[in-house]
Design a protein around this ligand. Structure first.
Ligand code: T46
Length: 177
């Protein structure tokens, strides 16, 4: 695996290094020891799948607050998405900055996002599926969100969402801490 740094401190794009032969390929997508050596969370007790029917579906920007903040390892297993994280850690050198990566089933890449960052994505084609590895259990009472179009972050989305849920469309503007 290759770990590519991003604009967010502690967030990395994870690229696979496949072994290719006449049968196809095999690639390692996670290794606790390697992730820990990279300073990444190496334990993900929950995994989830996200199925998105239409191109232009936006989910986010979500995060959980302490004591169940989530580190996330996100990958696309069908299609491709514009995947985004925003740093909401006031003590971080990249506070309020965002980073994006095109995750796709074809590239088999992933986005490793630390605790304290909001996450969201915009699907770039119909029928996109994502797999999430999460470092904390789901805690709806601790779930929070920020606006995908908050001018404070100024995320440069490739195009406006076509499908977005009521909750995601109505988060309040973020207040700098
Ligand atoms: C996130 C989650 C949801 N649920 C239940 C709660 C709802 O009844 C249903 C749909 O949840 P929600 O609308 O919050 O799903 P998304 O909008 O896709 O949320 C996710 O999308 C953004 C982009 C993320 O980064 C998070 O992983 C997560 O917040 O699944 C669970 O049971 N467990 C979970 O971990």
């Amino acid at each position: 695996m290759k770990f590519l740094p991003t604009a967010i401190d502690g967030a990395f794009i994870v690229e696979v290094e496949p072994w290719v032969d006449e049968r196809g390929l095999f690639a390692r997508t996670f290794c606790a020891e390697t992730f820990a050596a990279q300073g990444l969370v190496s334990s993900y007790p929950q995994c989830s799948v996200s199925v998105n029917n239409s191109r232009g579906t936006l989910r986010g920007m979500h995060y959980q607050i302490a004591p169940q903040a989530e580190a996330k390892l996100v990958r696309a297993t069908r299609g491709s998405v514009f995947d985004v994280a925003v740093d909401l850690r006031p003590d971080s050198p990249s506070y309020l900055q965002w980073a994006s990566v095109e995750l796709s089933a074809e590239r088999r890449n992933a986005f490793a996002i630390p605790e304290g960052c909001a996450h969201g994505f915009l699907t770039l084609e119909h029928g996109c599926e994502l797999i999430y590895h999460l470092s904390s259990n789901y805690a709806p009472d601790l779930a929070r969100g920020v606006r995908w179009d908050d001018p404070l972050f100024a995320i440069d989305w490739p195009f406006a969402p076509v499908v977005i849920g009521e909750r995601d469309a109505t988060y309040p503007s973020y207040v700098r801490r």
